[in-house]
Write a protein that binds this ligand. Structure first.
Ligand code: ZN
Length: 146
């Protein structure tokens, strides 16, 4: 198994989730990671071993699974992407479940430039609520026609 240069999409998901669990509970157990990603514990063990060999996580005797600086860097980057995308999508009143699934899907694939544009666009609409309402009205009209 060669060391990962850039973590795979699922490695990013694991690091994101491990970081969230550690922030929320102080630790990340295999069972919690498995439950939260809806995968089997055996899959978590395999991925954690890969992440450990690639230098993203470590096992510490009394603390259990921890993120290295490198792992935390990836997790924070994904969390920022996730936060930017949910800030953007929440403007348009899409349902939360669809939104969440779409964000998990695309958060791995956006370039920094695109992400910055979406963040600026969210900021623009937040500062110009009348423009946002006008846009939403055209969408509502379109939907009522179809
Ligand atoms: Zn995410």
């Amino acid at each position: 198994m060669p060391a990962m240069t850039r973590p795979s999409q699922s490695a990013e998901d694991y690091l994101e989730r491990i970081h969230e669990l550690i922030e929320a509970k102080g630790y990340a157990r295999v069972a919690d990671i498995a439950a939260s990603l809806k995968v089997r514990a055996a899959s978590v063990t395999v991925m954690v071993q890969k992440l450990s060999r690639a230098g993203y996580v470590e096992y510490e005797k009394y603390r259990g699974l921890i993120l290295t600086d490198k792992g935390r860097g990836v997790a924070r980057d994904i969390q920022n992407r996730h936060a930017t995308l949910s800030r953007f999508f929440s403007l348009f009143g899409l349902d939360a479940a669809t939104q969440g699934e779409d964000i998990e899907g695309i958060e791995h694939h956006l370039s920094p430039a695109t992400l910055e544009m979406l963040s600026d666009l969210a900021g623009y609409f937040e500062k110009n609520p009348a423009t946002l309402r006008a846009f939403q009205k055209t969408r509502a009209r379109k939907r009522s026609r179809s």
